[in-house]
Each structure stands twice: as structure tokens, then as C-alpha cells.
Design a protein around this ligand. Structure first.
Ligand code: UDP
Length: 490
């Protein structure tokens, strides 16, 4: 293909690390397939993406460049605090009302409509990959004959579970919110309880927004899923036959990051020197360390943090623990038991802030992952061949947990029963100890996890299932382009 015939893809992520990280991975993937990608985002988010994009463009001179298109987002005019361009702004600040800001932030995405319309009209890309939270993007793209692809950021299992729960509403038929029931129609007889289900508020503003989102998905060109067929075959088949019009499995996207620098530069600047972190891991026995992270949106109260610390100590295992709790104004960091860090020196590493997660997960010293079951983390754990302790908090994380504990059987639940709203179940030190010990010792779980990691690597290799689906997608987009050109000529 000549320069002018190369595909040009717009990618518009939701402004949260859990969405921006896989979007950049996707842009890199498209670049390796000969397409040019432009990521649409705001000034502060552009700053986070700048370095990894610069490194990618420099290190891959033979590939198509990735570029950023900066969009205007006047926070204060939109009723948001100055500088609130990423969900991180309110999730990492304990002094703010997170729930309110989260809703307002989500709904203010509409502000981008006009700017996107102008860009689609003037640039006429071959495709727009827009996050699920931008439902109006489908119609806007259609106006200019641009196919819109939806990116949810989650996997097939949770998309299917969510569909079946919405359709059959089985949670309305149970006697209590903690009574287990099987999700109707969903393959695998998956058991869940009402207090773990998110599809309940259909009449609320958010419920209506979610409906709008599904409608826009139905009329879109299709859905991109960061997963691979072999991980969840029954659910990828179910999704493609019964839920979405069309879907392409293109993951695990994190596996596109092969070099040290790429892994180290993912997301925010790490709060620890990456080399120091690897040096610490190098000093540990193979598969002896458990890595704990609760993603980008959560911080526990002091009592729960102290309990986790005690449980880790009781487990006797070495650990790396990411704590993203920022200290409230005037508050002292008083959650760690007195002298804990000193006592654990050499045994445990606490990272306050941002960890180079994929770099850590890929290290041979890591033997288990305690995760909040955000889809990116979960899939990164799968790609690294790790058994998991599941500690879901909210969103679709309880569904993701069921995939791990009931389908893949590569992990155990720490014991969380219900969603955090705003406080979840208190998990005792004994439960933390028991789950960590179980996962670190579980030979069957380890074996299965390693097999999945092999399958994940195969899926993204040339000719693998995900690689083939990306190729098919590229071919389809080229076909759409040719059809458009023909229409213009005739
Ligand atoms: N992440 C990271 N370092 C951290 C915390 C998170 O690199 O200290 C990355 C993690 O690897 C994943 C993403 O941030 O790619 C979090 O996405 P996920 O879906 O797991 O969770 P969310 O925060 O969106 O709930």
C-alpha cells in the first residue's frame, strides 16, 4: 500500500488509565499492521501518552507513526474542578466527592461532540474506535461514512453475563440479596448473588445512559475485545452469536509491549525506580513473591489496609504491594502497623502510587497475583501465567472474578461478598492469609495458569487467533475504503 492508501484510524479512549493504557497498546498493534493511528485526548492526558508514543515512534522507524490530536476540555466551564481531565483526579483524592464527580465527568464527555464532528469531516479517517462511554460517536461517524468500532475494555465473559442478567433479571426472583443463583442462558452454570450484580438501576440517569450506550453499539460497525478466543471460547462464541452484531478478539493487548522500556512506561510515571524494583525481584526465589494491586480507582480505609498488612505477614510470603492511597490534607499516613515496614524489610516491598505492573508480573520471582479483577489486570495476570487471589470491588469485577474462579479455575476468592458502596466487606487478616497461602501453593492452578499464558502468547503470534482477527479487521476496513472510493468515482 502506498502512503495515501494506508489506513488511518482514530482512537478515542475514555479518560481513565484503565482505558487509555489498552488504547495505546491498540494503536501500537494497528501500527504493526501498517495503519496510522491518531489518539484523541485532552492536554493533560496527552502529556501521559507523549513519552511512550515518542519511544514507540523512535524505536520503530519502519512502522506508521502514532500521533495525538489534542482536544479542548474546559473543566471549570463543565462544572468540574480545574485539571480534572482523568478519573484519576478524583479517585486519587480522598477529599473529593468521588461518586458525584464520576457521574458528572462521564456525562461531560458530550462536550467532545462538536470537536469530533469537525475532525471526522476534515480528516475522514478510515475508522473510529470510540470508547463505550461515547455513545453518540456512532451517529456522528455515520454522518461521514466512517465505521465506528466500540471498545468496552472488558472481556467476553462479563459482556455475556451482563447481557443475560439484563435480559432475564434473575436477581428479582431471589429471597435475599445474598442468595446464590445461576445466571440463566449463560454457558457454564455460573453462580452469583444479587449484591454482586450491576445491571439493576435501569430507571436511573445512569441506567438510561447505559441503554443509550447499548443502542449505539448495536448500530455500530462492531466491537473490539481485548481478549483471545482460547481464553473464553464459549463466551466469545455466545457474544458473537447472541449479543453483538460483530466482534473481533485482538488481545491480550499488553503482550505487544515486549521491551523493558515499553513495559516500564505504561500508564503514569512509576513511583519506584524500575531497575530497583527488578533488582529486588532478582534477589527472590522463583515464584516466591505475591503481587497485590487494586487498580487505579480504589483506596481502602486505614483499618482494611492494616488488616491486609497483617494477613501478608501471617502468610509468610514475600510480597510487592501497591497502595494507591493518597493522604488526605492534614492526615498522617497511619494505616501501617507500627514498625511494619522495618520488620518486613527485604520481605515486602510497598509501592505507594504507581507500579510498573507488567514488568513486575512478568518477572520469574512472582508466583501469584492478588487483584481487584479489573479486566486489564486480570488479562495481564493471565498473560504472565499467574494464579490469582480475587478481590473484586465494583463495576464488572465480580463477573471477571467468576471467570477466574468458576471457569478457568486459576484462582480463589479472598471472601468478598458484596460491592463497595462506598464501603465493602471487611476482609479479615485470616482470610487474606488463607487465600494467599492457597494460591501460592496450588500446583493445579499454577499449571492451568501457565497453559493459558502459552495460549495467550500463541494467540498474538503471527497466524495466531488474535493476530488473524486483527488482519481480518484491517482487510475489512480496506474494503470499506475501496467501496467508498468507487462510490465517489461513479
Ligand atoms: N496499572 C499499573 N500500575 C499501577 C496500577 C495500575 O501499571 O500501579 C495498570 C495495570 O497494569 C492495568 C491498568 O493500570 O493495565 C488498570 O486497569 P484495570 O482494568 O486492571 O483496573 P481499573 O483501574 O481500570 O479498575
Amino acid at each position: 500500500m502506498g502512503e495515501s492508501t494506508k489506513l488511518h484510524i482514530f482512537l478515542f479512549p475514555y479518560m481513565a488509565h484503565g482505558h487509555m493504557i489498552p488504547t495505546l497498546d491498540m494503536a501500537k498493534l494497528f501500527s504493526t499492521k501498517g495503519a496510522k493511528s491518531t489518539i484523541l485526548t485532552t492536554p493533560l492526558n496527552a502529556k501521559i501518552l507523549e513519552n511512550p508514543i515518542k519511544s514507540f515512534n523512535q524505536d520503530n522507524p519502519g512502522l506508521q507513526d502514532i500521533t495525538i490530536q489534542i482536544l479542548d476540555f474546559p473543566c471549570t466551564e463543565l462544572g468540574l474542578p480545574q485539571g480534572c481531565e482523568n478519573t484519576d483526579f478524583f479517585f486519587s483524592n480522598p477529599d473529593l466527592n468521588t461518586g458525584d464527580l464520576n457521574r458528572k465527568f462521564l456525562l461531560s464527555m458530550e462536550y467532545f461532540k462538536e470537536q469530533l464532528e469537525h475532525l471526522l469531516e476534515t480528516v475522514r479517517p478510515d475508522c473510529l474506535v470510540a470508547n463505550m462511554f461515547l455513545p453518540w460517536a456512532t451517529k456522528l461517524a455515520e454522518k461521514f461514512g466512517v465505521p465506528r468500532l466500540v471498545f468496552h475494555g472488558t472481556g467476553y465473559f462479563s459482556l455475556c453475563a451482563s447481557h443475560c442478567l439484563r435480559l432475564h433479571k434473575p436477581y428479582k426472583k431471589v429471597a435475599s440479596s445474598s442468595e446464590p443463583f445461576v445466571i440463566p442462558e449463560l454457558p457454564g452454570d455460573i453462580v452469583i448473588t444479587e449484591e454482586q450484580v450491576i445491571e439493576k438501576e435501569e430507571e436511573s440517569v445512569m441506567g438510561k445512559f447505559m441503554k443509550e450506550l447499548r443502542d449505539s453499539e448495536r448500530s455500530s460497525f462492531g466491537v473490539l475485545v481485548n481478549s483471545f478466543h482460547e481464553l473464553e471460547p464459549a463466551y466469545s462464541d455466545f457474544y458473537k452469536s447472541s449479543v453483538a452484531k460483530r466482534a473481533w478478539s485482538i488481545g491480550p493487548l499488553s503482550l505487544g509491549n515486549r521491551e523493558f522500556k515499553e513495559k516500564a512506561e505504561r500508564g503514569k510515571k512509576a513511583s519506584i525506580d524500575e531497575h530497583e524494583c527488578l533488582k529486588w525481584l532478582d534477589s527472590k526465589r522463583c515464584e516466591s513473591v505475591i503481587y497485590l494491586s487494586f487498580g487505579t480507582m480504589l483506596s481502602f480505609n486505614n483499618e482494611q489496609l492494616a488488616e491486609i498488612a497483617a494477613g501478608l505477614e501471617m502468610s509468610g510470603h514475600d510480597f510487592i504491594w501497591v497502595v494507591n492511597k493518597s493522604v488526605s490534607q492534614g492526615e498522617k499516613e497511619e494505616w501501617l502497623p507500627e514498625g511494619f515496614e522495618e520488620k518486613m524489610k527485604g520481605k515486602g516491598l510497598i509501592i505507594r502510587g504507581w507500579a510498573p505492573q507488567v514488568l513486575i508480573l512478568d518477572h520469574q520471582a512472582v508466583g501469584g497475583f492478588l487483584t481487584h479483577c479489573g479486566w486489564n489486570s486480570l488479562l495481564e495476570g493471565v498473560a504472565s501465567g499467574l494464579p490469582m487471589v480475587t478481590w473484586p470491588i465494583g463495576a464488572e469485577q465480580f463477573y471477571n472474578e467468576k471467570l477466574v474462579t468458576q471457569v478457568l479455575k486459576t484462582g480463589v476468592n479472598v471472601g468478598v461478598q458484596k460491592m463497595m458502596k462506598p464501603v465493602g466487606d471487611f476482609i479479615s487478616r485470616e482470610k487474606v492469609e488463607k487465600a494467599v497461602r492457597e494460591v501460592m501453593a496450588g500446583e493445579d492452578m499454577k499449571k492451568r495458569a501457565k497453559q493459558l499464558a502459552e495460549m495467550a502468547k500463541d494467540a498474538v503470534k503471527e497466524g495466531g487467533s488474535s493476530d488473524s482477527e486483527v488482519n481480518r479487521l484491517m482487510e475489512e476496513l480496506k474494503l470499506v475504503r475501496m467501496q467508498k472510493e468507487e462510490e465517489k468515482r461513479s
